[in-house]
Design a protein around this ligand. Structure first.
Ligand code: NAD
Length: 476
């Protein structure tokens, strides 16, 4: 059943839902139908300041909770989030058109990450002897968590899990495009019964609410996920008070098909990596590097794999590609498809316009270009839609050079029949994560980017350590 006329006009501050005082009201539009399904009132700077104040009041006591207390909190959060999985699913599918299988994954992950954090916390050595000193790992302090619209519940939950494990009170600033998802997550957090002020949630625009939180002197740490241009603004705003900063940013990830790869197995995986979450994924493998002598075979297999994708209603379990989040993102994808044609790439599948039979909704055609050069816009810029660029390479050395010739370095994929060879290639790739013959991430291992894809790591122990700081105590 499609839920209609949702109204979201509350912030979550100091353990209670309170009316938003901001005056801007926005429609929530289902991108699959272009129809409004509800409205949200966006928070303003006053709301943001109240949220930070509440977190500042909560921090001293929360920062001194025991490991056992925080493990118990994380377990309650996991249970509460899993009990809201259906509601998270509904919000994710309706608010940004996430295909239901992907949305299901996000909803499960939003619960599971609290369990992962509890395990990391339970076995962590907060006190160690180093030289003649005791080194104590302490919570960094009030932490602001910024989430994008493309995996709202997952990002909010994963950052929160790490911050809670470390003992940091938080202010969460979800995207202004995600008020429904943010509200459902807030309800689950409320149900978990945390001390007031440990989690505060204000949904508003970046330009005012984000900027207020991101520059507030009471905030010690910023953990941001979003685009590289916004990440640079965040980092600049943090400098005045020397906030600690973790940035998870833009990607333009390469998939390297080595000349010994089993194409029958590798191509469907590589196509899946390119088009995951309808291409609206930071880790999408949108540059596929193919040995020139295997190009014809690879292109035929890519064409077949793309023809098997199902574009349409994100609620249909058979759908693999849902709509773009909004009109602006639809237009952005159209622009890049035109740029690909203008700059001389060869269209293999898809192209401009909507898919046949889909006249409403921000649906685009899954598009593949061959004969792409790495200096074309479609190879350099993150499109954030289902557009795959296929580039020919003449050697493994060239493949590595092309993969690394990018301002970004979030994730890379290597396909090869030889695991040792793939590992040698992985060692030379400039990427935070390299996946070999697979596309599913390891959610316990550190996740983050190199170069302009970000600073710092998330998930598991590394994620918790991003909210900790070492204090050295040396006794005479
Ligand atoms: P965005 O940068 O526009 O916004 C991200 C968040 O920052 C939103 O909450 C937004 O309101 C806020 N914001 C905007 N301006 C701000 C400011 N001046 N101060 C503080 N906050 C501000 O990104 P988006 O369009 O929401 O998300 C898509 C982008 O996120 C893509 O580039 C994608 O690659 C990236 N992303 C990265 C990862 C990762 O883990 N590396 C994961 C998901 C998405």
């Amino acid at each position: 059943m499609r839920t209609r006329d949702q109204i979201f006009d509350q912030n979550y501050i100091d353990g209670v839902f309170v009316p938003v005082t901001g005056e801007e009201v926005v429609d929530i539009v289902d991108p699959a139908t272009e129809g409004a399904v509800g409205q949200a009132r966006l928070a303003n700077r006053d709301d943001a300041r109240r949220a930070v104040d509440a977190a500042m009041r909560a921090q001293p006591a929360f920062g001194h909770t025991s490991v056992a207390e925080r493990v118990a909190i994380l377990e309650r959060l996991q249970a509460a989030m899993l009990s809201q999985a259906e509601a998270i699913l509904e919000a994710t599918v309706t608010e940004y058109g996430g295909p239901i299988a992907r949305a299901q994954w996000v909803a499960n992950y939003a619960g599971q990450c609290f369990g992962d954090a509890a395990r990391a916390l339970s076995s962590y050595a907060f006190e160690r002897r180093v030289g003649g000193s005791i080194v104590v790992m302490e919570p960094v302090g009030v932490s602001a968590l910024f989430a994008p619209w493309n995996s709202t519940a997952g990002t909010m939950a994963s950052k929160l899990a790490s911050a809670i494990a470390a003992g940091c009170a938080t202010v969460i600033k979800p995207s202004e495009l995600s008020p429904w998802q943010a509200h459902v997550v807030a309800r689950a957090i409320h149900d978990a019964g945390l001390p007031p002020g440990v989690v505060n949630i204000v949904t508003g625009r970046g330009v005012d609410v984000g900027a207020e939180i991101g520059t507030h002197p009471g905030v010690a740490k910023l953990s941001f996920t979003g685009s590289t241009p916004t990440g640079k603004l965040i980092a600049r705003g943090a400098v005045d008070t020397m906030k600690r900063v973790s940035l998870a940013l833009t990607g333009k990830s390469a998939s390297l098909l080595l000349d010994d790869a089993d194409l029958a197995a590798a191509i469907p995986l590589a196509v899946g990596a390119a088009f995951m979450n309808s291409g609206q994924a930071c880790v999408a493998g949108t540059r596929l590097l193919v040995p020139r002598e295997r190009m014809a075979d690879a292109v035929e297999r890519i064409r077949a794999a793309v023809a098997a994708l199902r574009v349409g209603d994100p609620r249909d379990p058979a759908t693999t590609i849902g709509p773009m989040v909004n009109h602006a993102q639809f237009e952005r994808v159209q622009y890049f498809i035109r740029r690909g044609l203008e700059q001389g790439a060869t269209l293999v599948a898809g192209g401009e316009g909507r898919p046949d039979g889909l006249d409403r909704g921000w649906f685009v055609r899954p598009t593949v270009f061959a004969d792409v050069r790495n200096d074309m816009d479609i190879a350099r810029d993150e499109i954030f839609g289902p557009v795959l660029s296929v580039l020919p390479v003449d050697s493994e050395v060239e493949a590595i050079a092309v993969a690394n010739d990018s301002p970004y370095g979030l994730q890379a994929y290597v396909f090869s029949a030889d695991a040792d060879r793939a590992r040698r290639v992985a060692a030379r790739l400039q990427a935070g994560t390299v996946l070999i013959n697979r596309v599913a991430p390891d959610l316990l291992a550190p996740f983050g980017g190199v170069k302009q894809s970000g600073v710092g790591r998330e998930f598991g122990v590394a994620g918790m350590e991003a909210f900790l700081e070492a204090k050295t105590i040396t006794t005479a």
